[in-house]
Ligand binder design. Structure first.
Ligand code: TMP
Length: 209
């Protein structure tokens, strides 16, 4: 059996980067081999695409081009980093994955959800996370937090209703797939969120024996 594949998702400013790092440390402390990665990104090609996708210089990019670039990055990432890692027994922790495409390009940009599902499946060759931690945060709170650490990128700079739609989409995904996607309230202290993350990961590890 391949190693566990864990993803973090959510609107901007939910503290994913911090939680990913805390989970990595907790797993390494237990001698569990793991690899942290993120999307878009993770390989040379995907990192180049990330620059293009996030840069405010490409603000006129059409929604279809945006979707296809996200998926090109994902296809390379899955094929060359995630899948080989899982197959050799490394637990992979990924900051954003397929659910972000449903939320941002589907709910946010209004592209066809059925098509996004098919393209996600194509790009990942059907790889689905074993556990997804959804760090949910009200849009205004999250955007304010994100603005504290850096200038808004092309996504953070979108209108409030774009962010509201994608937050709602994440919550709906969690309702539809409660076994895989666990909603955590990212407004609570980060130590408490980290405790809940570990609780979910432990449950997954126990189930997998
Ligand atoms: P982040 O790593 O700082 O969260 O930035 C990645 C940005 O890319 C974030 O604004 C969400 C966006 N994104 C999509 O729009 N679709 C996707 O499929 C992924 C993985 C990310």
């Amino acid at each position: 059996m391949r190693a566990p594949f864990i993803t973090f998702e959510g609107p901007e400013g939910g503290g994913k980067t911090t939680q990913v790092a805390l989970l990595e440390r907790a797993l390494l402390d237990r001698d569990i081999r793991c690899q942290v990665t993120r999307e878009p990104g993770g390989t040379e090609l995907a990192n180049s695409l990330r620059k293009v996708l996030l840069s405010v210089a490409t603000h006129g990019m059409g929604a279809k081009a945006e979707l296809l670039l996200m998926l090109a990055a994902r296809a390379d990432h899955v094929q060359r980093l995630i899948r080989p890692g899982l197959d050799e027994g490394t637990t992979v922790i990924c900051d954003r994955f397929v659910d972000s495409t449903v939320a941002y390009q589907g709910a946010g940009r209004g592209l066809d959800m059925g098509l996004i599902g098919k393209l996600n499946h194509f790009a990942t060759s059907g790889l689905v996370p074993d556990l997804t931690l959804l760090l949910d945060v009200p849009v205004e709170v999250g955007l304010k937090r994100a603005a504290r650490t850096s200038r808004p990128d092309r996504f953070e700079g979108q209108a409030l209703d774009f962010h509201q739609r994608l937050r709602e989409a994440f919550r709906q995904l969690a309702e539809r797939e409660p076994e895989r996607i666990k909603i955590l309230d990212a407004r609570q202290p980060e130590e408490e969120t980290a405790r809940q993350v570990l609780e979910q990961v432990d449950k997954l590890l126990r189930e997998r024996g």
